[in-house]
Design a protein around this ligand. Structure first.
Ligand code: SF4
Length: 352
């Protein structure tokens, strides 16, 4: 591993100043950053350790019903917060379907948002990768690409974003709070991650030196709590990234869907919000036909980037299933295998 400096700022202001210096990288839980450093895919000159910064590890409920989640809140602490899980069950389900219990105990909210693609070529210094080294090419285009993107990709990069957590956050209009050299600003989570276009190395909308300090869910987001599911299809039952995933959130009154929120995971370089599908469900009764139609709309732009046409049909089917389960109601208890299509039955035991 390349030698690097290690600094530990005492305040957000100090962290921003340090992070703005060329060659710096931010360290929080380190579950992704340290792996990338070990294989040489990331080689910072300086690690800015923000893991003990005061004030960023709180879940704050505001009087208007919104909730502000500090960037250093651990994934497991958020998922097991009773009030949070009750108001935002699909977010808790997504969090608990990610990684392993040990990793969730360490990984942070901000780090989850900022994690890098798990494209194997990105992590292999010997491979061409425009995202890691601009202009070098993309070995995934003609390589092993069955898990790569089917929406929003370019011939410069076909990687996907690996987060489960970000998928329901995008559906629920979460907002990212950022502080940087120019002050504070907010970014809709849906706008945080960038599609590759001609500059896949620009993975997020953050500017140099900017730091995520919190994520906010608006009060309206909890109105979906009675009909909210996150489903994730993976190649083994746990501790695996999604092949495809779907967050499905509905409000239903008198047998009619009054509002729908849908986002897909592992299909693009960002969590993919499906607004046309959402609009098609508004004002209709839940039915297999309505859900199939919504899934067709959600994947209307999809096209294979390689040996992955199967993901398009898989994503349609996962979305239909997620919508069906959401329409039946959020389980009173978290499924034994959160997010898993194998634990679709309601009433399964919660495993803490
Ligand atoms: Fe790199 Fe993107 Fe190509 Fe993967 S898909 S090798 S991350 S440019």
């Amino acid at each position: 591993m390349k030698p690097f400096d290690y600094v530990k700022p005492a305040s957000v202001a100090e962290a921003i100043r340090m992070a703005g210096e060329p060659g710096s990288a931010i360290l929080a839980g380190g579950t992704n950053m340290l792996d990338l450093m070990k294989v040489g895919a990331t080689q910072p000159d300086r690690l800015v350790d923000i893991s003990r910064l005061p004030g960023l590890d709180r879940i704050e409920w505001r009087n208007d019903g919104s909730v502000r989640i500090g960037a250093l809140v651990r994934n497991s602490d958020l998922a097991y917060d009773d009030r949070f899980a009750k108001h935002f069950p699909a977010v808790a389900e997504a969090l608990l379907s990610g990684a392993s219990a040990q990793l969730r105990n360490v990984a942070t909210v901000g780090g989850n948002l900022m994690q890098k693609t798990r494209c194997a070529y990105f992590q292999d210094k010997g491979s061409a990768c425009n995202r890691r080294e601009p202009g070098s090419g993309c070995d995934a285009l003609h390589g092993e690409n069955r898990l790569h993107a089917v929406i929003g990709w370019s011939d410069q990069c076909i990687a996907t974003h690996p987060s489960d957590f970000c998928v329901p956050l995008a559906a629920l209009d979460a907002v990212v709070e950022v502080e940087g050299p120019e002050g504070q600003r907010t970014i809709p989570l849906e706008m945080l991650h960038l599609l590759p276009g001609n500059a896949p190395e620009q993975q997020t909308a953050l500017q140099p030196g900017e730091l995520i300090v919190a994520v906010t869910l608006p009060a309206e987001a909890s109105s979906f709590s009675s009909h909210a599911r996150y489903l994730k299809l993976r190649e083994r039952t746990s501790y695996a990234f999604a092949v495809v995933s779907a967050a499905s959130l509905l409000t239903i009154e008198s047998g009619v869907i009054t509002e729908a929120r849908i986002a897909l995971g592992a299909v693009a370089a960002k969590p993919w919000r499906a607004k046309e599908a959402e609009a098609a469900l508004q004002g209709v009764a839940p039915s297999p036909e309505a859900f199939v139609r919504a899934a067709e709309l959600a994947l209307a732009e999809a096209k294979p980037s390689g040996d992955n046409a199967f993901k398009i049909e898989l994503a349609r089917r996962i979305l239909v299933r997620a919508l069906t389960l959401a329409s039946e109601g959020t389980p009173a208890e978290m499924p034994a295998l959160p997010g898993s299509v194998l634990s679709a039955h309601t009433g399964a035991n919660h495993v803490a």
